[in-house]
Ligand binder design. Structure first.
Ligand code: ATP
Ligand code: MG
Length: 140
């Protein structure tokens, strides 16, 4: 298995409940390394740009409103099979369907306010990392 990088966000519902450390610890305990991290309060336009792939979905407005409602922690996680591993640690989109011990099972409020985001493929990981970080911010 290759060493990969993936993009992760700790969403506003989680930063509001002071869960940045608890969630980051779950990534680190699973063997992922935080190679870049910053706290951002994204604008509505930044949220719309980031989630452009979902712009035809019925929840797009609600999603962009929520993501710009408070601070988010954007991170790059590195490790063996990082993209799939991160999705496994996050759990299913809807916390009602998420497996025991996953971040969303433990912490998500709802399908919309679901505490974390993680890239779903190598191409989206590269795009999403580029959306939030410049090369000099990826410090290993
Ligand atoms: P993410 O992309 O945030 O890691 P995901 O890949 O599990 O989550 P997507 O289908 O890409 O899920 O949806 C993106 C985000 O949109 C979800 O994480 C959630 O916050 C929101 N969302 C998805 N489905 C709904 C819904 N039915 N109602 C409200 N919000 C939703
Ligand atoms: Mg997604």
């Amino acid at each position: 298995m290759a060493i990969e990088r993936t993009f992760s966000m700790i969403k506003p519902d989680a930063t509001a409940r002071n869960l940045t450390g608890a969630i980051t610890k779950m990534f680190e305990d699973a063997g992922l390394r935080v190679v870049a991290s910053k706290r951002v309060w994204m604008s509505r336009r930044q949220a719309e740009g980031f989630y452009a792939v979902h712009k035809e979905r019925p929840f797009f407005d609600e999603l962009c409103e929520f993501m710009s409602s408070g601070p988010t922690v954007v991170q790059v996680l590195e490790g063996e099979n990082a993209i799939a591993k991160n999705r496994e640690i996050m759990g299913a989109t809807n916390p009602a369907d998420a497996a025991e011990g996953t971040i969303r099972k433990l912490y998500a409020n709802s399908i919309g306010e679901n505490s974390v985001h993680g890239s779903d493929a190598p191409e989206t990981a590269a795009e999403e990392i580029r959306y939030w970080f410049s090369d000099v911010e990826l410090v290993g």
